[in-house]
Design a protein around this ligand. Structure first.
Ligand code: SAM
Length: 232
């Protein structure tokens, strides 16, 4: 998959894509991430890409010209243009899975008060939010989206079961995990996990996952009989 990140601060992304799984995914050719500086498409010689909002109000707005030109400079026939925005649909595991099938993603990061609405209307396919709060820019949301989506690209995570057993895949959380030592500061690993009875272990894990999901995220359940709401 090819990903183009359009932002005012390409240097923001130094680090997150250069370590661990995302680094390996890039080195193995599963993921190619490129950066475009929206400022390179400024109208003025001084690289100015923002201006005051028409109608008044605080802050500055990214002008449509530089944004539209930046998108068009990387757009391909099968591109999907996503604007990271608090006003978008909430990012979910199901959405990440769907995005992982894309060939070419263009991720547009907003800054300041946001982007001139006309640029969004003209070039953006969908707006995605990473949560009901406002960040200073779309850079962190772009990293979150790429990280969460890359896990669904076959081969990126070594063991395919690791993804299918993750939280939300069956509409509930993952079960709790334990490793050595068996006794840590007086707290024992649940005995069922040490017994080697795999049917019992599966049953226990599912019960734990259901109990915690119901307690912490009752909204994931349809009702009393713990039917998961988001079934894939
Ligand atoms: N005035 C805008 C509003 O209230 O909808 C917020 C602008 S925010 C300060 C600047 C940029 O950060 C946005 O254009 C967007 O790209 C990004 N951003 C902020 N919060 C976000 C969120 N929850 N999810 C995705 N992107 C977000």
């Amino acid at each position: 998959m090819e990903i183009e990140i359009l932002s005012l601060f390409p240097e923001y992304f130094r680090g997150p894509f250069d370590v661990s799984m995302l680094r390996r995914a890039r080195d193995a050719g599963f993921l190619e991430i490129r950066h475009t500086d929206i400022r390179d498409f400024a109208e003025s010689k001084h690289g100015r890409v923002d201006d005051r909002p028409f109608g008044g109000g605080p802050g500055m707005v990214l002008q449509p010209g530089p944004v539209v030109r930046a998108i068009r400079s990387v757009r391909k026939e099968r591109s999907r243009v996503i604007y990271l925005s608090p006003q978008g649909a909430l990012l979910t595991a199901a959405k990440c899975q769907e995005l992982s099938l894309s060939e070419h993603l263009i991720l547009l990061c907003g800054h300041y008060e946001g982007i001139d609405e006309r640029a969004i209307e003209m070039e953006v396919d969908e707006e995605i939010s990473i949560g009901d709060y406002v960040l200073t820019s779309g850079c962190a949301p772009a990293i979150v989206l790429i990280d969460a989506m890359a896990r669904f690209i076959p081969g990126v995570i070594g063991h395919p079961d690791a993804v299918s057993e993750d939280s939300f895949q069956e509409g509930i959380f993952d079960s709790p995990h334990y490793t050595r030592p068996e006794n840590f500061e007086g707290k024992e690993v649940p005995s069922v996990l040490l017994g080697g009875n795999h049917a019992e272990i599966r049953k226990w894990r599912k019960a734990q996952a259901i109990e915690k999901t119901r307690r912490v995220r009752p909204d994931l359940f349809l009702g009393e009989h713990c039917e998961p709401l988001y079934v894939h």
